[in-house]
Design a protein around this ligand. Structure first.
Ligand code: SAH
Length: 225
């Protein structure tokens, strides 16, 4: 199943409406808004979810996981602004939709997912979409992906009780990371920036809710089940 041009035409109107909603939520950057026009979200979602693919809402993708809300992802992209020559690390590939958006902005995207089936599906969707600059790995993202470090941008799409130290280590000079930090039911979006040896941390948004980051430097699986 590849992005079929005819099939896709059915969704164009919905996609425009989604972009209007993202704009209404304060993301004005045209370059970012256009990305949401270029990436067909439904192709990354289970077919049963296609009727809801262009709602500005989190959508279930199986395995107890959800694709994040598009306006929140747009906000992520606006805050992080990966550049054309930069390397990005994403933790929590999920369905691969944000991965696709990132791949259109950055030079290379490395994405780690703990659920093998999700990673496999994301790979298929990304290949069908035609991106060539994305590497996926199945594993625990709380330890990062040392082989390709350092990264200019790190995007964490699951919530953590604290900032995993390995991710800070793997941030490049001038690097920035967004991660939801807090309790299991509600978190704050934290922006971590590194300049030389100095690391700063600030809250950029309160009261966000993400699925838990499960791993060595986050929550244990048992606590969640
Ligand atoms: N951006 C994705 C978000 C998916 S939800 C999307 O829009 O589809 C977050 C994902 O993080 C889930 O797929 C979950 O399985 C994954 N995850 C949770 N803990 C992880 C960990 N330690 N390492 C890698 N992925 C993890």
């Amino acid at each position: 199943m590849g992005p079929d041009a005819l099939e896709d035409r059915r969704f164009v109107g919905y996609r425009r409406k989604l972009i209007e909603e993202i704009r209404a939520r304060g993301v004005e950057d045209l370059e970012i808004l256009q990305l949401f026009d270029r990436v067909p979200r439904h192709h990354f979602l289970p077919e049963g979810m296609w009727p809801r693919a262009y709602e500005d809402a989190p959508i279930p993708i199986g395995f107890g996981q959800t694709a994040s809300q598009p306006s929140l992802q747009a906000h992520y992209l606006e805050l992080l602004r990966p550049k054309a020559d930069e390397k990005v690390l994403e933790i929590g590939t999920g369905c691969g939709y944000l991965t696709a958006l990132l791949s259109l902005m950055a030079d290379r995207v490395y994405s780690v997912e703990r659920v093998r089936e999700l990673s496999t599906k994301a790979r298929r969707a990304l290949d069908a979409f035609g991106v060539k600059n994305v590497a996926l790995m199945v594993g625990d993202g709380t330890i990062g992906w040392k082989k390709y470090a350092p990264f200019d941008v790190i995007v964490v799409s699951a919530a953590s009780p604290s900032v995993p130290p390995a991710l800070v280590d793997q941030l490049a000079d001038g690097g920035r990371m967004l991660i939801p930090v807090g309790a299991r039911d509600v978190q704050e979006l934290v922006l971590v920036q590194k300049t030389g040896f100095a690391v700063t941390q600030e809250t950029v948004e309160g009261a966000v809710t993400f699925v838990p980051l499960l791993g060595r430097f986050a929550w244990t699986e048992e606590a969640g089940e």
